[in-house]
Each structure stands twice: as C-alpha cells, then as structure tokens.
Write a protein that binds this ligand. Sequence first.
Ligand SMILES: Nc1ncnc2c1ncn2[C@@H]1O[C@H](COP(=O)(O)OP(=O)(O)OP(=O)(O)O)[C@@H](O)[C@H]1O
Length: 608
Amino acid sequence: MSSAGLAVVSIRNEPLVPPDHMNPELGFCENESIWIYLALCGSMIPMRVLESDSIESLKLRIQTCKGFVVKNQKLVCSGRELARSNSLIRDYGVNDGNVLHLVLRLSDLQVITVKTTSGKEFTFHVERGRDVSYVKQQIARREKGFTDLDEQEVVCDGECLEDQRRIDDICKHNDAVLHLLVRKSAKVRAKPIAKNFELSVVAPELKDEQDFDGGKKENSKQYDLGGEESWSGYDVGREEVPKKPLDRDFLLEPVIVNPKVELSSVIVDMINLTFDGLDNGKIPIRSVEGTGGAYFMQDSLGQKFVSVFKPIDEEPLAVNNPRNLPVSTDGVGLKKGTRVGEGAFREVAAYILDLYKNEQGKIYGDEKGFAGVPPTAMIKCLHSCFNNPDDLTTVKIGSLQLFVENTGSCEDIGPGSFPVDQVHKISVLDIRLANVDRHAGNILLNKDEDGQILLIPIDHGYCLPESVSTDLLVYCNFILAFYFEDCTFEWLYWPQSRQSYSSEIIDYIKSLDAEEDIALLKFLGWDMSPKCARTFRVSTMLLKKGAERGLTPFAIGSILCRENIKVKSVIEEIVQEAEDSVLPGTSEAAFLETLSDIMDRRLDEIEC
Ligand SMILES: Nc1ncnc2c1ncn2[C@@H]1O[C@H](COP(=O)(O)OP(=O)(O)OP(=O)(O)O)[C@@H](O)[C@H]1O
C-alpha cells in the first residue's frame, strides 16, 4: 500500500474592509475613499479602498484577507488589466462602484508525493486537469511493483476514486492536504495438497518493461488544403465559420491561406500528433492558468501533452472566455493597443518572425528560431470540451503551439542563473514586437542535455499593439503615440539586461528587415493593418539604431516602457513628435524618414 499527499491552497475568508478604513477617526480619509466590488468565482465582494492606494497594496490586502498570493492575482477593471503594481488605483481611472475582476493564476502543476509501504518516497508533477487514471500511470512508470493499473486502487478520505476523477476536482474539496492511498491487490492462489488446498497470497510479477505501445499510428488526417482568404478570415462570431463534420466528433485542420505554402515538418508533426490524440479519445485539457482559454492537447496514449490550443473566441474579453471576464464592448483587448480575437494571429506571427531568414528573406530551418518561440500554427478545431456554451458544433479558430516540457517559469526562480545570451535574445524579440505582455510567467524554464537552463518565450498574443481608439480623429490620422503604453519587459529588472549585446546578436539585429518580414507574413496569411505595420517598423527601427550605438537591452527597452502609467515613454514622445511634424496624408515612407531623424536625435541625447 502506498500513500500520496497533495498540498492545496487554503482560502481564507476575512473581510476586505480593513479596520482603519471602517473608522474615520483612525485617520481614514473620507474624501479619497471609494467602494469597489471584487468579482471572484461568481460572488461580489465589497471593498473600501483609497484612490491613492497602489495596485500592489490592493493585491496585498486581497492576499491577507483571501490567501491568494500577489503574484497569482490579475485584476481587470473596465476591460483593462491593472498590470503595473506601482501605479495607483486612481491612475487606472477606477471609480466608486466599479467592479474589479480577480483572475487567479493557479499553477497547472500539482506536486504529488507518493510514499510506499517499504518507505520509498517519490515526487512527481501532475497537471490539475489530469485524472486519477493518469496518476496511476505515473505511479506505474515510476514503481515496478505497480505496473498493472487495474490492480491499483486510489482511495481518498475512505472513498475509492474512479479513474475519471480530475485532480483539481479532488483538490477542490480539501482545505489543506489530501492523502491518496494506492492499494495494490494481491492474487489469491489455491494449490491442492493431498486433499486440502494451500492458500497463498501472491504479489503480481514485477515487469521490467512497460507495456505501452509507443508506436505511432498511421496518419489518417483529412486536411482540406484549399486556401482561406486570410488568417483573420474567420472572425469571432462570423457566420461562415464551418460546422462540425459528420463522420467524427472532432475536427482538426490547419488554416492554410496560400496553397503554395508548404507547412514545415515540425508543424505537420505537431498537428498529426494532436490529431492522433483526439482520434484516440484523449480530450483537450483546459489550463487552470492564464486569463484566456488554453487547452493542453494530448498524445494518443494520453501520457504527454503535444500542443497547446488557444481559440480566438476564448481570449480574454471574448464571447466564450472561460474566466468570466466581461465581454469587450468596443473590441479593445485587455492591454492598450490590442484587439479581442487577434491574439492567435500574433502568436503565429511571433513564431514566424523569430525564425531565421536567409539573405533572400526566406525562412530556413523549421524548428528553432532565434529566441526559441515554440512552433505555432493557425488551426481550426472542434471538440465538445471547449468552452462553447451556446453551440457545440461550431469549429474554433486559434493558435496551436508545440507543448514544451518545462519545470516551471521564470516566476519560480531568481534571474541570477539565466544565461545572458538567452535573456538578450528574448529582449530582441520583445523590442522588435513591442510586446506588451512579457511577464516572468511567460518565459518557461527547462534544461538542455548539459544541464544548462533554457528559457522558452511563450504567450505572444499581445505583441505588435496598434491603435484601436474609437476616437475618429485618432483613427483617421493614424495616430500611433499611445500604442506603446502598456509595454512592459520583465527582463528590464534582470542584471543580464545591463550587459552589452554580443557581436552575434548585433549581426542578427543588423540582418532584420521590417519590410521583408511584413511581406513574408502577408504571403503566409496575415496582411497586417497599416497601424500594426507601423508599430513593427518603429520598434524594429529602434532596435537597430540602439544596437548600432552599442546600447544595452536595458537602455533600449527603457525607451519603449513607461516608468509609470502617467508618464509617457521616450518612444511615445518620439512618435508623437513625428506625427506632429508631418501633414495628414503624408506617405508612410516620408513619415518614417521624419521619425528616423527624431529618433537619431533622441538617442544621441541619451548617449551623451
Ligand atoms: N508552448 C507551451 N508549452 C507548455 N506550456 C505552455 C505553452 N504555452 C502555454 N503554456 C502553459 O499554458 C498555460 C496558459 O497559457 P498562457 O499563459 O499562454 O495563457 P494566457 O491565457 O494567454 O495567459 P496570460 O494570462 O498570462 O496572458 C500556462 O500554464 C502556460 O505555462
């Protein structure tokens, strides 16, 4: 008999009105105080706060009263994430009576410790979306004595758990530690001796090898290789979205815009493995982390994740978002300059832009790019496990990204041991793409064969921001100045960012050509909007000019980021000045020339 323990977070339930806020005589400033409502798991919790409270202190109060640690909290008000911890509640325009949605970023991984009767103890990670049968498989893989899954019984609080029970479901009802008991039944044999029987209890034979069939199934895909108009051809809510096929209860196909484009082998393999998993009845498992719907797709044996699917209609603020975030009323996404339902295109674009190109601007090598964005493709997929309350037959469009084995993210350890060149490569990617969502949780950690730390950048749905203002003036004039408002780069606070780029990285930056990249994306299916293309041109220009002058990633990154929400960044000032200097209707080329001169001047000032 073995036992396994699962540790879960206990949720406290203390009032969110601190004593000094309740009593004006204790120094509480009546004028500044407002009531806000914290929306969490279907309930509304009133909170009295000061407009001068920082986001950090608000999160600390939530941590103290509710037990959710600060780094796991995401607060969203009026469709915008309150991302900067040093900014004040009033900076984000939070008013009396506003609702703040609290999204919890729980880890997908649950640590399970198994103790055997012989005193052995081993620990493994199980994704919360997994079920009891998966736990049994893991125990069988680790311990030779448990290879026969049918002989394992998993018991919790005296209740025998069915194979289909999910880990997060089991944990939900337990406050602190959950003990699993794995009971291995023995066979009873009766051997005739003279006129009697000798009964013996025999433990099953130990097998050295696993019985799993690791062989790959014949591919049986039914791709329609006809071209689509563009990646964005299927907008959220559009009627032409294809319906469920009749012969299978799922669908999975790549979205191919240009029939002349051949999918790379790594993308074909990823789609095939994902298809095999669905075909074998291995369901997509929704991640408990993140603000949007992200599904881990399993291999045909249900032992490994092969990819991550993010449907566009489940992005934050989209119609089918599974985190109960309100639907965007104006199409603007969670970050400034982003649009709901466009995250998947950006995920794919980040992968393509990261790939190496030869001198003719053609992609070479089809696996690992410069910064290591995992292979990503646009797909159509249908499955009943997706969040689709109204219509289970609607095929979803979204990004499919190769699942990368990892031991966590950069949030889990200090940055001291991160290799300098990898931090620098991610900084190049983020500056180029003006990424507005580079927090430490979006860089996964792994180790290579030599034990060296590997940093894997993920989650690029919020790169290449563009103006999405509904203000007609801003819209018509293509005013870009505020696109960069939400740029934040975690690596700015890491020591590696203060070191200079190596010559290899500088050569790579020199080779970048925004026009070629825009043309390549168009050829592959994404015809960038003029505003988005402008963002890309401006940030590529800044990267190239900065690197040419020997600026560090920190120096260049700081130009793109605001120090706080109220003060414009240097890039915003540069763009504003350029926009003020040209007449409406000026060509893009002339605008960029003006911008280039202004940028040179500002960079020279920084150097001095
Ligand atoms: N390629 C990948 N390989 C392995 N795990 C991944 C991959 N992509 C995403 N994940 C994991 O899936 C979960 C959700 O993904 P992600 O953070 O990208 O979703 P999101 O909703 O966009 O998140 P956020 O709220 O940070 O913007 C996270 O636990 C993340 O670590």
